[in-house]
Structure formats: structure tokens, C-alpha cells
Design a protein around this ligand. Sequence first.
Ligand code: Z5A
Length: 230
Amino acid sequence: MTGPGRGANPGRPARFVTLEGGEGAGKSTLALGLRRRLGELGFECLVTREPGGSPKAELIREKLLSGQIAPFGPFAEALMFQAARIDHVERAIKPALARGEWVISDRFADSTRAYQGAVGRLDPGLVLGLERAALGAFKPDLTLVLDVPVEVGLARAALRRGAGGADRFEREGRAFHTRLREAYLRIAEAEPGRCVVIDAALEPAAVEDMAWAALESRLLRTAERAGLAR
Ligand code: Z5A
């Protein structure tokens, strides 16, 4: 949601961008690339992540990714992701936007829709109801959905992990990740005003170029126009 454009980026509205997609889609890599490009234009930018992004939400992250909540089922997991999200939004995202900074979050509410909703088979109405209860009308200005074939994403995630163990979601099988990919594409199709699908199978520089083009056309030009209008 757009901030007031005071403080860090005076006269230029702050924007909230989320990066979504399956394992190893390249979200963390892209977040840093977009922050670098925004920095070159003089924009302050907070890069954050979910689950986590604030001290209390990071505590919940540990419980979720270690698999301690999984035995309670996808509804309990969805509640925990939303609880973490409430703290993240109130303690990190909204304050940064209020300071006039851009915020790029590596995952946000679409991850709950996709993982716990579509793949966990929770009722979509229930998932959206929880989201509304947690966030009200607060939502990203732009969501980049990084789309990558399942095998490519899993291979990248394994490479990044090295000798470290897989987390609760990385241990899921191919069918899980295929459903996940389809779920993200459906989310993007349903909300074309907010979402742009990026071909994340390309090499990192090309992914960054495509994402930057989307960000420029959807947000930056309007931000600059808003700045000029003042
Ligand atoms: N989850 C959920 O279920 N519900 C929710 O509401 C939320 C989350 C918010 C968080 O895991 C888990 O929580 C997640 C969903 C669930 N499932 N899992 N696992 P996480 O934060 O630990 O991990 P992740 O979000 O899945 O990210 P990731 O696997 O680390 O991937 P990534 O950030 O998309 O990719 P990356 O780290 O940028 O890149 C991975 C590797 O590929 C790395 O070595 C890069 O150098 C390389 N890379 C990146 N881009 C490229 C390109 N374009 N070409 C080649 N190589 C590349």
C-alpha cells in the first residue's frame, strides 16, 4: 500500500512489492537486485521476508519451518502464518512505508493462499477470510510471481541448501510442488491488476530485467508522475 512519500524518498510515494513463487524460484536473489536498482535511483528500500521479517514473526518462522506446527494441520499452519504476518506488517512493513521507504517482501499473503489454501486444500473462502481478518484492506501494490518448472526450482533450492537439511516444505514431493506452481498461476490470473508473472527459468540478469520492467511500468512511472505533480 502506498506510503505518504515523506522522509526517505521525499515527494515520491513509497510502494509495497511482494515476490512469490515456489522453492528456488529466485525470490531472494531478485529482491536484492531490485533493491540495488531502486538504490541507484535514490530510493530507500527495505527488503524483508515471510514467514518472519520482525523479531516475533521470526520466532514463529522457526516453529513453522522446523515442522512443529505441521501435525496440527493446514488450518493451524495458516493461523500461525497470519499471526506472524500481523506482527511483520505492523512492526516492519507499515513503519517503513510511513518513513517513505519502498518495501520488498520475499513472500506474503499469496503464499498462504497457495501453500495452505490450494495445496493444503483449505477452503479458499476460509483462507481469504483469515487474510481479511489479519490485513484488512492492506495489500501489495505489485506482486511478481516467479514462475519456474518444478525440477528447476527444486534443483536450485538443493544447490543453495548444500549439505544442510531440507525444511518442512522442501521435503514435500513433486506433486505438491506442481500443484503449488498451478496455484500461483491461478492467483496471478485472477488478479492481473496486482500480479505480473515473470519467467524465472531465465538467467538471473534476464529475470531481474523483466521484473524491473514490470516494476517500472506499474509503479515507478506513476510514482514519478505523482512526484512531479507536487
Ligand atoms: N510458507 C507457507 O507455507 N505459507 C506462507 O504463508 C508463507 C510461507 C509466507 C519459507 O521458506 C517456506 O514457508 C516456504 C513456503 C512456506 N517453503 N519452503 N521451503 P524459505 O523462506 O526458507 O524459502 P523459500 O521462500 O522457498 O525460498 P528459497 O527456496 O530460498 O528460494 P528463493 O528465494 O526463491 O531462491 P533464491 O534463494 O534466490 O535462489 C535459490 C538458488 O538458486 C540460489 O543458489 C541462487 O543463487 C540460485 N538462483 C536464483 N535465481 C536464479 C536464476 N535465475 N537462475 C539460476 N540460478 C538462480
